[in-house]
Design a protein around this ligand. Structure first.
Ligand SMILES: *[C@@H]1O[C@H](CO)[C@@H](O)[C@H](O)[C@H]1NC(C)=O
Ligand SMILES: *[C@@H]1O[C@H](CO)[C@@H](O)[C@H](O)[C@H]1NC(C)=O
Ligand SMILES: *[C@@H]1O[C@H](CO)[C@@H](O)[C@H](O)[C@H]1NC(C)=O
Ligand SMILES: *[C@@H]1O[C@H](CO)[C@@H](O)[C@H](O)[C@H]1NC(C)=O
Ligand SMILES: *[C@@H]1O[C@H](CO)[C@@H](O)[C@H](O)[C@H]1NC(C)=O
Ligand SMILES: *[C@@H]1O[C@H](CO)[C@@H](O)[C@H](O)[C@H]1NC(C)=O
Ligand SMILES: [Cu+2]
Length: 591
């Protein structure tokens, strides 16, 4: 986000046109109890309906869109394996020229990791880079009983050293669309990203799944270079550098006309599911397909009561699954992913792709863009499909207040104190050599202050978290992501949170894993302690978390399912050995 060009009230937006009822009435029956204990038996899900183009709400064996996957999920007994090898190469996604790029299986973005609801995913990651460690985070995956596979170096593992291989194994307890990315400083900005598609039911019907559509900002310098400029700029009170382009599924033309547009072919009359994923490091982008409307059915992993919209604005880390009906005059249309200059930031660059009806010859579209919505509206207001109230009873006792601030910290041992972001009383700075889970293993609770380790409330109880923009920080929005949990968005507002005037949504709060704290404002969320582990919560702007904008929740350390200790220690030993002679050293928060 640029500091200077932000309209205070503006945020991720959609313009909802109409609400749609597409889900068969019989699957709407779902208990709204949030009690974990009673829930496993009280869900009457689909029973016998079969998933198909006109019955996407169904799944199988008693599971459906009406099943809350935090409370119940199938186990298929099937293990789906993938291998990801990370190398240091070059790429040229928009024809501007080759640059250094960290590739996965020789491609940018990385390959789709897919499985079905209930499978076990087993992903073998090889670090074939020369000069970086890595760890791969599976964004939004709950990691129920498997916090050791959350992939956050310095928290759940030591970084994976060059030449080393690790297999991440976890239960697919959710369904929908997400992404994986490196959590090693700003490495993901150089290419270590890819989509995740988990088959399951859906709250809207469609004929064909077009698959993931990756949207991201693109820089002609490497993420490490931009990150260090961003850090210097922060100290001077200035914004990070602008991106150079927006990529759609890994491609676009550049300002001089070189490069290729992404192309999609559609058939008249068909309904297409499109899985939008924002893998940016910084910018907010607005998505539209000229002349067509999008039926939004999922935000992050959470099904929503579907609604129609012309434009959709997605924050970093967020996902929207939409259905687009090919019902316009056969022709070519622009698909647009624009930086939302009116409400946010940046240069006026545009991501473009060409969608063409298969009955006509593809031509450069002449279609025109929808007018931008007059006002930016937070899309997480989409009504959740599973309505779950959050109890307000313990709000007073259990509210954690975490102001966002700017402070000074010594990130490099014996280095100068630099300007960093803080969340609560600390700026997070993890220890790659001694990850938090190692402390848990040794029952050592003497976490260094810079871990910003915050205990959660006991299992079964509710945590309430207020993230408040400080008085003296630039009014930039921060997309906050929590690991290990979806959270309920109780409220978002501008100015300073005031309990006597804030209206919090306890009855039907949206649920998701990434939501924005608006510039100069606040975000109030709640999550149930129901997943023992060490869970990072952070701003997903790569530069900001690198500069310390995060904390970690320590949830029920006595009940954590620990990773295999031999494998854990070997990975740390290999890292320690590599790091002694490593060319580059850690110079930021490490995540
Ligand atoms: C990639 O290669 C370049 C050029 O050899 C080198 O400077 C850089 O450190 C390498 N990066 C990684 C992550 O291996
Ligand atoms: C990772 O590699 C990049 C070059 O590709 C370098 O700029 C950065 O400092 C390296 N970081 C660490 C901690 O190895
Ligand atoms: C985007 O690329 C991925 C990976 O190649 C592919 O599976 C997917 O279908 C593409 N999406 C669209 C909408 O073309
Ligand atoms: C991605 O998220 C960032 C920041 O949250 C936002 O600026 C950008 O517009 C989003 N991109 C898309 C394609 O939605
Ligand atoms: C196309 O489909 C959308 C969504 O179902 C609908 O709102 C619109 O009226 C349809 N347009 C035409 C020309 O049929
Ligand atoms: C616990 O961790 C702290 C900080 O790393 C360390 O100083 C201390 O020796 C550890 N204690 C035990 C019992 O391992
Ligand atoms: Cu931020």
């Amino acid at each position: 986000m640029r500091f200077h060009q932000i309209a205070g009230v503006c945020l991720t937006a959609f313009s909802a046109l109409t609400a749609a009822a597409v889900v068969p009435a019989e699957v709407e029956k779902r208990a709204t109890s949030t009690s974990i204990a009673s829930s496993t038996t009280s869900k009457k899900a689909d029973a016998q309906c079969t998933n198909g183009p006109t019955s996407r709400a169904c799944w199988k064996n008693g599971y459906s869109i009406a099943t809350d996957f935090d409370q119940k999920f199938p186990t298929t007994g099937k293990t789906v394996s993938h291998s990801l090898t990370i190398t240091n190469g070059t790429c040229n996604p928009d024809g501007h020229g080759e640059r250094l790029c960290l590739l996965i299986n020789n491609q940018y973005p990385g390959p789709v990791v897919n499985a079905a609801w209930g499978d076990i995913l087993s992903v073998t990651v090889t670090n074939a880079m020369k000069d970086n460690g890595t760890s791969i985070h599976w964004h939004g995956i709950r990691q129920y009983h498997s916090p050791g596979y959350d992939g956050v170096n310095g928290i759940t593992e030591c970084p994976l050293a060059p030449g080393q291989t690790k297999t991440y194994t976890f239960q697919v307890s959710q369904f929908g669309t997400s992404w994986y990315h490196a959590h090693f400083s700003s490495q993901y900005g150089d290419g270590v990203i890819g989509p995740i598609v988990l088959d399951g039911p859906a709250s809207a019907n469609y004929d064909e799944d077009l698959g993931p559509y990756v949207l991201n900002d693109w820089y002609y310098q490497t993420a490490y270079q931009i990150n260090s400029i961003a850090s210097v700029n922060l100290a001077a009170g200035g914004p990070p550098p602008n991106a150079d382009n927006i990529l759609i599924n890994g491609t676009n033309k550049n300002a001089n006309g070189g490069g290729q547009y992404n192309k999609v072919s559609i058939k008249s009359g068909k309904k297409y599911r499109l899985r939008l994923i924002n893998m940016s490091v910084d910018n907010y982008i607005r998505v539209t397909l000229d002349n067509h409307v999008m039926q939004v059915m999922t935000s992050d992993f959470i099904p929503v009561k579907s609604f129609y919209t012309e434009t959709l604005l997605v924050a970093i880390g967020q996902r929207y699954d939409v259905v687009i009906t090919a019902n316009q005059t056969a022709g070519s249309y622009w698909f647009r992913a624009d930086v939302a200059t009116d409400c946010l930031s940046g240069n006026n660059f545009k991501g473009l792709a060409v969608w063409t009806y298969d009955s006509v010859t593809a031509a450069t579209p002449t279609s025109s863009a929808y007018a931008n919505p007059a006002q930016c509206i937070e899309p997480s207001q989409a009504a959740p499909y599973w309505v779950q109230p959050v109890p307000s009873g313990t709000f007073q006792q259990n509210i954690g207040n975490f102001p966002i601030g700017l402070t000074q910290a010594q990130v490099v041992p014996n280095g100068d104190a630099i300007v960093v972001w803080s969340l609560g009383s600390e700026s997070i700075n993890v220890d790659w050599e001694k990850p938090t889970l190692q402390y848990v293993m040794y029952k050592n609770t003497s976490y260094p202050a810079a871990f910003n380790a915050i205990p959660t409330v006991n299992e079964g109880a509710w945590n309430y978290v207020l993230v408040q923009q400080g008085q003296r920080v630039p009014p930039v929005p921060h997309p906050f992501h929590l690991h290990g949990h979806d959270f309920f968005v109780l409220g978002q507002g501008s100015g300073t949170f005031d309990q006597s005037t804030a209206s919090l949504n306890w009855a039907t709060p949206p649920r998701r894993d990434t939501a924005t704290v608006i510039g100069g404002g606040w975000l109030a969320i709640a999550f149930n302690s129901n997943n023992p582990g060490t869970w990072l919560m952070h701003c997903h702007i790569a530069w900001h978390v690198s500069e310390g904008l995060g904390l970690q929740f320590i949830e029920s350390p006595d009940q954590i399912t620990l990773p295999d200790q031999t494998q854990f220690s070997q990975q740390c030993a290999a890292w320690d050995k590599y790091y002694q002679t490593a060319y580059w050293k850690k110079d930021d928060s490490g995540i």
